[in-house]
Design a protein around this ligand. Structure first.
Ligand code: 6R9
Length: 606
């Protein structure tokens, strides 16, 4: 075990926090579980379809609808504007059958892509599950995206059906609809059943009513999907180029389920709240699929962050397991632990975090506010499920992401000059000494690993080397196997837990007539972790005025929505590589006030 106040290799400055959970954790004894666990065993915890297939929606919903959980609330929808509503597992099974038939009646076939651009509302969850039941591929879009990210994802995904509301449609899709010939059908959830005013759209209520009659008449049979059939498409961002569409298959549900047990400790009887929007991978893997496979009650809230509201939800809903992100925890911390203590959190037994580095202070603050430490987890869109975690019942080392999920092998790979894992003659080398820095890598083989970047086999192939999946994150591993996040090996930005590609932001700003060149970085921010900052060189005839700076911010906001730059700075001399690319790393070094020659430190902002 660790020496006194820090990890054995000087990692971490705070003593481990020990919390004895109220009930025996499902992961059991971690060391023993790691030795004995196989993914085949976890597959056996699920039902499967007759004939050897597997379908995520069957495991998440139908399996429970035919069990003693049928009348248990599966989803509870909280909202500022609508009354609270609920769906039991039996309701959800029936209505997702109807949604599946509605999609089939609209011509959706196996493998077709169906998108939502919706707040966290019943229609989003019914579309997700109905799509999976129809054997099609569900692709969630973040409702705060602006026109450009929405258009690009609909186009790259060749999306066939979009489910959205009138406001999002008119603001973000109508004007670009003629550039999306693949988009056959747009369903509006708020249009009256008699018909919609928006040309080229169909009311959700109408197709659902028609489909309900079909189900009544003919019954419904779920698509007989095979384990390797595509199920989910999640767009994610890289350093360069367009967003990448990570494809996940139905077999992924084995990992969603096992990690929901091991890391979130979910079992029937729990009331669980995941604050992530399904537009990001956490809100799908652990806001829909994982918890439903465990038969719990999932609470969703369509409102934005509000500290008082959040503490009230934790109290009034008697939340037992809470999964959130460091930015939200920092926002709660700002309001103080006293606010937490005004609330009865006696139902709460496990608090978990993901998405960005979790400050050691936040872990420890958890013991004051929640009565237990915050447990960090690490994973990515590409991994589909949690890969590294702090487990209930094990000492938490504040600042560490935890240890690998049983069934997952992690490597720390020695780096080359570009900061990524060095591949020499097709081979990589693991950093063997404890505490050594390298690129975090995973041995392929877990069920929820992405099976491709849509239409980009070379990009997918580049994500692997010598039998490892390369994550693009830098990390250290201490002598006890705990992993410590150091930074990204690339220029991707994490703001409030949301992954943002600098190239996408740069491309959008380049559309402004005054802009000659742009470099975008993540600027450290005490609350959001990073905020998006753009350095802009203007074309010769334009003056760097305050008015133009503000115009660029508004321009970005309109095009990009929530991923737009919060800060814009004019810079006549953007640094370039020899090949002429803007050196974002140097921009970041300047921003941080670091010596420009010393680029190695840029990736260690802590
Ligand atoms: C699930 C999700 C993935 C990237 C990942 C890393 C960062 C996630 C983290 C963390 C430090 C943690 N990240 N969890 N960094 N500590 N516990 O967030 O997926 O949006 O694809 O982002 O997020 O950099 O590589 P995604």
């Amino acid at each position: 075990m660790s020496r006194g106040g820090s990890g054995p290799d000087g990692l971490g400055e705070r003593p481990p926090v020990v919390h004895v959970p109220r009930r025996a954790p499902l992961v059991g004894d971690y060391e023993q579980r790691r030795r004995s666990f196989t993914w085949e065993e976890a597959r056996g915890w699920l039902e499967g379809l007759p004939g050897g297939g597997i379908n995520i929606a069957h495991e998440a919903v139908d399996r429970h609808a035919h069990s003693e959980l049928a009348d248990t609330v599966a989803l509870r929808f909280l909202s500022r504007t609508e009354p609270t509503s609920e769906l039991t597992y039996a309701d959800l099974a029936r209505l997702s059958d109807v949604a599946a038939v509605a999609l089939r009646e609209l011509g959706v076939e196996r493998g077709d892509r169906v998108c939502t651009l919706l707040p966290r509302s019943p229609e989003l969850y019914l579309t997700a599950l109905g799509t999976l039941k129809a054997g099609a591929v569900y692709c969630p879009l973040f409702p705060a995206f602006g026109t450009e990210p929405v258009r690009q994802r609909l186009e790259l995904g060749s999306v066939r059906v979009l489910v959205t509301d009138t406001l999002s449609y008119t603001r973000k899709v109508a004007a670009v609809r003629d550039r999306l010939p693949g988009l056959r059908v747009v369903l509006l959830v708020d249009a009256p059943e008699q018909g919609s005013d928006e040309g080229g759209t169909v009311p959700w209520a109408t197709v659902m009513a028609d489909a309900a009659r079909v189900v009544e008449r003919d019954g419904f049979t779920i698509a007989a999907t095979a384990p390797e059939d595509p199920a989910l498409l999640h767009f994610t961002s890289g350093t360069t180029g367009r967003p990448k569409g990570a494809v996940h298959v139905h077999e992924a549900v084995v990992a969603h389920h096992a990690t929901s047990r091991f890391c979130l400790d979910l079992a029937p009887g729990d009331t669980y709240w995941c604050t992530a929007d399904p537009g990001w991978v956490t809100g799908t893997s652990y806001g829909i699929i994982g918890p439903l496979t465990c038969g719990v009650t999932v609470v969703t809230d369509s409102a934005d962050f509000d500290a008082r509201r959040w503490w009230s939800i934790l109290q009034d809903q008697r939340i037992s397991v809470f999964y959130t992100a460091p930015t939200a925890l920092r926002m709660l911390m700002r309001k103080g632990a006293a606010l937490a203590r005004e609330h009865d959190l006696s139902a709460l037994r496990h608090v978990v975090s993901v998405g960005e580095p979790l400050n050691p202070e936040a872990v420890v603050w958890g013991t004051e506010a929640f009565g237990m430490p915050v447990h960090d987890t690490w994973w990515q869109t590409e991994t589909g499920a949690i890969m590294v975690s702090n487990y209930p019942g094990m000492p938490v080392r504040p600042g560490s992401m935890g240890r690998p999920v049983p069934g997952v092998e992690v490597g720390i790979l020695a780096r080359g000059e570009d900061g990524r894992a060095a591949v020499v003659d097709g081979h990589v080398h693991e950093v063997s000494e404890a505490g050594g820095l390298g690129e975090l890598a995973l041995r392929p083989g877990w069920p929820s690993m992405f099976r491709g970047y849509l239409g980009e086999p070379e990009r997918y192939a580049r994500a692997f080397a010598d039998g490892w999946y390369l994550t693009g994150d830098l990390a250290r591993r201490d002598g006890d196997g705990y992993l410590w996040f150091v930074g990204r090996a690339d220029d991707v930005i994490k703001s409030a837990g949301h992954l943002i590609g600098p190239f996408e932001v740069e491309s959008a700003l380049m559309e402004h007539p005054a802009v000659a060149e742009v470099g975008v970085i993540g600027k450290p921010d005490p609350l959001a972790g990073e905020i998006v900052k753009a350095f802009v060189t203007l074309k010769a005839e334009h003056e760097p005025t305050e008015a133009l700076r503000r115009e660029l911010i508004v321009f970005g906001r309109r095009r990009l929505g929530s991923v737009a730059p919060r800060e814009v700075e004019f810079d006549e001399h953007l640094p370039h590589t020899r090949s002429g690319k803007v050196m974002r790393r140097l921009l970041k070094a300047r921003e941080l006030g670091l010596p420009e020659g010393d680029l190695s430190t840029v990736e260690h902002p802590s």
